[in-house]
Design a protein around this ligand. Sequence first.
Ligand code: 3PG
Ligand code: CO
Length: 555
Amino acid sequence: EFSWKLAEHPKIPKGKTVAVVVLDGWGEANPDQYNCIHTAETPAMDSLKQGAPDRWRLVKAHGTAVGLPTEDDMGNSEVGHNALGAGRIFAQGAKLVDLALASGKIYDGEGFKYIKESFENGTLHLVGLLSDGGVHSRLDQLQLLLKGASEHGAKRIRVHILTDGRDVLDGSSVGFVETLENDLKELREKGVDAQIASGGGRMYVTMDRYENDWDVVKRGWDAQVLGEAPYKFTNAVEAVKKLREEPKANDQYLPPFVIVDQNSKAVGPIVDGDAVVTVNFRADRMVMAAKAFEYENFDKFDRVRFPKIRYAGMLQYDGELKLPSKYLVSPPEIERTSGEYLVHNGIRTFACSETVKFGHVTFFWNGNRSGYFNPALEEYVEIPSDSGITFNVQPKMKALEIAEKARDAILNRKFDQVRVNLPNSDMVGHTGDIEATVVACKAADEAVKMIIDAIEHVGGIYVITADHGNAEDMVKRNKSGKPQLDKNGNIQILTSHTLQPVPIAIGGPGLLPGVKFRKDVPTGGLANVAATVMNLHGFEAPSDYEPTLIEVVDN
Ligand code: 3PG
Ligand code: CO
């Protein structure tokens, strides 16, 4: 019979304060000028590395180790934190959508049947990130869905695109829009009225997260639903090319635009009777838009018009809110996470980050579930992020503030686990600004130092790790690992994550001297961390968890 009760660890005592620090976007790579972590002064992380191999090692953070379809898939925060928190490897959204499309099961599901009811008299709108980044969405999945939906009766289709440049190279948006236009042309030749209707850059239009800035979602709403935007074009390829010509323009931040016909009329506003699918599989940056599309009562911005639509997500994005209520593919069932187990076993838990990563150490950590398991034992603190800026302008972000909150939570001894995410290396790495990213890495290292000092003070234990790579490699490389030059002979800045492994270090005065990393899990990945942390709290992990990374040798 199932029980939440965890067995006591035979050797590691209970009762130590355990700090769990996730450095976002902090991978391990060869030292060179494009490795910002190498360039930055990072004395805290450097000294942890001295503890190798017993108390510092690398773990896999990409590909199948975190439930992604292939070894060519870079890691990302959703799958990384899911694995860290859940202790098992789940086939993730990207993979589940692939399977549902390949088998055709997606078209037999309740979600598709629901939107299909609009095909006779309404338009099918597909809204989502247009790239092959594989973090939030994938172009090939959109292509298959377009084809499948038209074969299943969609006669009028409008695509609302969000340009990427964050999970893929900046400037690649033009090619993706051309590919999509080609597909839509083929559909038109088959008699389907299919067009791009609106667009905008993912960081400026629609894809905000954790309620950092509702204006982002509003811009998307205005373009997609109301057919209103500051820029109007008759052709989407032209739109993206033109808007990229503005000084400092990039794919991530393109302003919203709508596509209009000869009479300057928007070609695809969302109206009563239409169907809408948000085609991203990843949750964090779709939750806000999903609320706007789904909730009758909504006060985050003035929707002006709230059309009666049939709305479905590619996946269900929030398991607790059951949002959206209709979806094309069932999300991974990430249950019995380490956080839930530990709370059931009396572990008082504190989690903190700043807004842009807050849900990573709460929502993602807990298996894409919002809220507390037991509010009496948990406290989640969100530090407001700077909004309306790109983070290369403030590369220190809120690292210091997060570390101070963690320090206080450790020193006041009210918590057994103090968990934080330090966003700097990831958020600034995504801007592609190398100098700023160096500053970012230094700030994160200083935060690590402050947390370790607090742990030293209370006789606790620390676990310092990361969710995936980013700042350790800022240049696009060829197969032999050399920077790849574009046709003008320039290097290409890599704004995205990487395939690199990430470090994990353990230590602190509360750690028994005999605790060290085992040698028999050489392929360990992020999913092995949960059992490790449970052990450090004095518990055995559930038997179906990926094995712990540590052992206790008697001295
Ligand atoms: C984003 O959403 O910012 C990027 O696509 C992925 O970054 P993250 O996985 O580190 O959040
Ligand atoms: Co990132």
